[in-house]
Design a protein around this ligand. Structure first.
Ligand code: IMP
Length: 426
């Protein structure tokens, strides 16, 4: 374990929350490194289900130190509400949750801008989560962002907000035709949340440096997935950060050589929420069937996810970019009743066979998947706890996936519960 990165290898919603929760049991520190309140990590512990947006999934184990790294964009309202909700369920975070002072703050004008921008794009919209993620990162890179550290001094914070509102007001009124956000609104929210946030804000770089130097085990928790990465994903239908392994470094401040492992998480099939191409999308009727079977509705927005077969071309791209040492395959049990299961092994485009994921969105939108068929195992797998408990055809399927993407499957999830998991080396 020492320093392990967990990344999504598809379009997000791979079941990272459960895998991170599982691995967090063996870690000392759990660090979120990118994204923000757009993420929704669902973890089931006993009869309680938790949906985490900003707080690292390690929080569901006692005694772990949790960090929201500098690469994350933090909406104070979302964070404080989440921390309070966890405390009401007996998961107190006092003294064990730290937020980097370098992390950028999502403010009400970012959320409004996200909505207004999407409305303006009309049919070409990205289908964002409306959590203000893109506009917060845009301000970060435009060098007008406000960081968690700025919140510690009300004068500094309000001065920077006022400066930004000048431009935002103009855009809201004259370009987007929506009501601008007022300084009064922001100040009221600041006064409400700051007493709770203040004690969590820290310089987390030396904390993580010292943890690694002392041999502590650190888990770096990615949100979204590789095909939603702003560089490597299906641009422009992507999120505004790097969920891939590089983002784990820039988003935590840990050096590259500290990382000792990477777990790529892949669902046994594929889903996508929001706009953008999904090459292996199922026809409507089958799509609805798999969505219901897999309970494929967004943890953050409740939106229906589109479903498709496992796409080895897309996952191979994720393997190239992240170099996972391990593959965790989740939701295998959802395929238990299938007669036949397809896996996309290549794409066809204008009569040519493509084995690499195309970088051009126009190409991705028009590829035809080339499938390899696997026979279904038609038996329940949820009770399996060891590799040998799995039906032969389920093992063949997993071995097939492993061979196609070139990474050993070491974790198989067969149900939502913590213990409905197989640790294995194929
Ligand atoms: P944003 O991250 O809200 O800007 O949304 C950009 C795209 O990423 C949209 O297609 C969203 O549906 C998608 N997205 C953002 N967060 C998640 C996630 O946690 N899981 C799956 N898709 C996500």
């Amino acid at each position: 374990m020492p320093v392990t990165v967990v990344v999504g290898t598809q379009w997000g919603d791979e079941g990272k929350g459960k895998v991170i929760d599982l691995l967090a049991g063996e870690a000392d520190w759990v660090v979120r490194y990118q994204g923000g309140g757009n993420a929704g990590h669902t973890v089931k512990v006993g009869d309680r289900q938790y949906v985490l947006h900003l707080v690292p999934s390690g929080v569901l184990h006692d005694g772990k130190t949790c960090v929201i790294g500098n690469g994350v964009v933090v909406d104070p309202e979302v964070l404080v509400e989440e921390v309070d909700d966890l405390a009401s369920k007996g998961r107190s975070l006092d003294g064990r949750l730290f937020v980097s002072d370098l992390a950028h703050v999502t403010l009400p004008y970012h959320r409004r801008m996200d909505e207004a921008h999407e409305a303006k794009r009309g049919a070409g919209k990205i289908g964002t989560t409306h959590r203000g993620i893109g506009p917060t990162y845009a301000d970060k890179f435009g060098r007008v962002g406000i960081r968690m550290g700025d919140l510690l001094d009300p004068d500094v914070f309000l001065r920077k907000v006022r400066r930004n509102l000048e431009e935002k007001d103009y855009l809201f009124r004259n370009f987007y035709n929506v009501e601008p956000v007022t300084i009064g609104e922001i100040e009221a929210s600041y006064r409400k949340y700051m007493p709770r946030l203040g004690p969590m804000i820290a310089d987390t770089v030396p904390m993580l440096r010292d943890a690694v130097a002392q041999g502590r085990r650190v888990l770096l928790e990615g949100a979204q997935g590789t095909l939603l990465d702003v560089d490597f994903g299906t641009y422009p239908y992507v999120t505004a950060s790097n969920p891939t392994v590089g983002g784990a470094l820039t988003g935590s401040g840990l050096p590259a050589m500290a990382v000792t492992g990477c777990v790529g998480v892949a669902k046994a099939y594929t889903t996508r929420v929001g706009a953008g191409p999904l090459p292996t999308a199922l026809p409507d009727e089958e799509d609805e069937k798999l969505r219901v079977l897999g309970r494929e509705y967004g943890a953050t927005t409740g939106r229906a996810r589109r479903t498709g077969w496992f796409d080895a071309v897309a996952v191979r791209r994720a393997v190239a970019v992240n170099g996972p040492t391990d593959l965790a395959v989740t939701k295998l049990d959802i395929l238990d009743t299938m007669d036949r299961i397809q896996v996309c092994v290549a794409y066809e485009y204008k009569g040519r066979k493509l084995v690499e994921f195309p970088n051009s969105i126009e190409v991705v939108e028009n590829v035809k998947p080339v499938y390899r068929e696997f026979p279904g195992w038609k038996q329940p797998t949820t009770g399996a706890r060891r590799w040998d408990d799995l039906p032969g055809r389920a093992k063949e399927y997993l071995e097939g996936l492993s061979g196609l993407v070139g990474v050993p499957v070491t974790i198989v999830s067969v149900g939502p519960e913590r213990n409905e998991t197989i640790r294995v080396r194929v």
